[in-house]
Ligand binder design. Sequence first.
Ligand SMILES: [Zn+2]
Length: 290
Amino acid sequence: MPETQSLQPTFVSFPRGALSGQGEVVLVDREAGVVVTDATPFHPVDHTWPDQPGDSGVLSVGGDRVVVTEAVMAALGDDGAFAVGTDIPVKRGADGWTWLVAHRIEGDIPASVTVGATAVLEVDAARRGGLSRGHTACHLASLALDAALADLWHKETGVDPLGNPDFEGRANQTSFIHADGSVDEYRLGKSLRKAGFDSAGFAESLQARQDRINELLAGWVAAGGESRIDVEGPSITDRRTWRSVLPGGEVGFLCGGTHVRSLQAFASITVALDLSDPQLLVMTTSVTPA
Ligand SMILES: [Zn+2]
């Protein structure tokens, strides 16, 4: 059993861009190698949709400094069960659980890191910066993809934040963000064709579609609009929305990740489309930082 006391969902400061902060240690699980504080600047990987890796960095109590290999989600059940990361048996936000950010510690946790101690938390800023650029670029590329494929839909379908047919929402299967880029996979199966998408027409015009996406992205980067995260409250369970200003208007998605503050953070964003498997589109997004 971890050392703990009654807990509140962890307060998080990463949505406003914080890279350092302090927190009171509220749970230590020496066996699992994790420490939970009441507040943290660390962004945790989501166990339900693990698109953006968790932050890494350093946690210090007094003179003891330990390496945080990755911040992850953790959940404490009303019955006392404690689960970390992919071992959490329920979906994000489920009732009966208190939702926490856990810091995975490299090596043994020093005796000074105990419930009630004050921890100083420092995120690896360079890694966070790369992941934030990668995540914002991933969202922008998906909007440009929807726009570039809009004329391939022969039936009414739901629309994305720019008003284009929502290819992303219909077909996206996985999304993996890394420093300064992302890889997204889209299923081009029978159900998408039944929904009115012209997969054959897409395959025939792949290069022109890729060129169109890159042209749109170049225009959005050149406009250098604002990018931000709006929060409904201070804790890890409160809904967060990414918003950005594009030449066509403001866009937004529900999103738990971290993002740049302005599209001026980019020198360029480009994508490459791969359809070697005709059932599976792979979109690779690459960032050159400004
Ligand atoms: Zn996102």
